[in-house]
Ligand binder design. Structure first.
Ligand SMILES: Nc1ncnc2c1ncn2[C@@H]1O[C@H](COP(=O)(O)OP(=O)(O)OP(=O)(O)O)[C@@H](O)[C@H]1O
Length: 261
């Protein structure tokens, strides 16, 4: 199986702090990974490397077969879908949802031309339908709830038909109903044979959608465990990752964790 992301002995140092320490990790095209770890573990930094948004201090990062440092990252980034709150801040509050999705095909925010290809209009309609956004298509982005905004961010990334999808805390800050509804959509997306490799960052095992296959546990910039979810999500490894005694359970494809007593 082809590897879409490969980190080999990667360290990332900023202001004298070793944020990632000798990380070796690889993602195949059919994988759906979750990166779990406490605040400051280095999860977002790994996502930034995978998004070709930064370079390692040492070691090598290969994204979609291209080595960072030897490739035009602007070209490479067009092949990667990234849904992150920091990016959503660039979406103008006055832009209509339909245009937020549609303009992804042109890698811009803010509608900039009045004539779009019909193939893009059809694709935007399909994506909005899949992510339950059709009824919101004429609403402006600034009037949406957090849950609706998260859906729009993901749909915008899906619209570009990426070869690697990166999701930074897609369910963070959502209420229970919005979280469950988003996880259902992510489960549908992850189960499609047409979907690309997916890497999702989260703090909570409860936010892992059914159908996700692998887990990378990070603590203080180091890999605690990486592999199939059932092998890495154990009491011992979660306890080591979060530095507190934890017990983890799986039921109907969903995970829960709580303090061990
Ligand atoms: N450019 C930088 N300069 C200095 N320190 C940085 C830089 N980027 C990240 N850090 C630090 O590196 C550590 C890891 O950050 P990162 O955002 O990757 O962690 P995270 O696991 O995603 O955390 P969180 O769960 O809180 O979002 C943090 O302590 C952060 O303050």
């Amino acid at each position: 199986m082809a590897s879409v992301l490969e980190l080999t002995d990667v360290s990332f140092v900023r202001d004298g702090n070793r944020i990632l320490d000798s990380v070796t990790w690889s993602v195949d095209e059919a994988d759906r990974w979750v990166i779990l770890g406490p605040n400051g573990a280095g999860k977002s930094t790994i996502l930034q490397l995978a998004a070709a948004a930064t370079h390692p201090s040492s070691g090598t990062v290969d994204v979609l077969g291209e080595r960072l440092g030897r490739v035009d990252v602007f070209e490479l980034r067009t092949r990667i879908g990234l849904a992150a709150t920091a990016l959503a801040r660039r979406i103008p509050a006055w832009e209509r949802v339909g245009d937020v999705i549609l303009t992804a095909a042109y890698a811009v925010t803010g509608r900039w031309q009045e004539r779009y290809e019909s193939v893009d209009l059809e694709r935007a309609a399909e994506v909005m339908d899949a992510w339950d956004l059709t009824s919101l298509s004429t609403r402006t982005f600034g009037t949406l709830s957090d849950g609706e905004r998260k859906r729009v961010q993901i749909a915008r990334a899906v619209m570009t038909d990426p070869e690697l999808m990166l999701l930074d805390e897609p369910a963070g800050s959502l209420d229970l109903g919005a979280r469950e509804s988003l996880l259902e959509s992510l489960e549908d997306y992850a189960s499609s044979s047409l979907a690309p490799a997916i890497v999702m960052v989260t703090h909570h095992v409860e936010e892992i959608p059914p159908g996700f296959t692998h887990g990378l546990l990070l603590s203080a910039g180091r890999v605690v465990a990486a592999g199939p979810l059932a092998e890495v999500l154990t009491d011992e490894r979660l306890t080591e990752t979060f530095g507190a005694p934890l017990r983890v359970r799986q039921e109907d494809g969903r995970w829960t964790a709580r303090a061990a007593r």
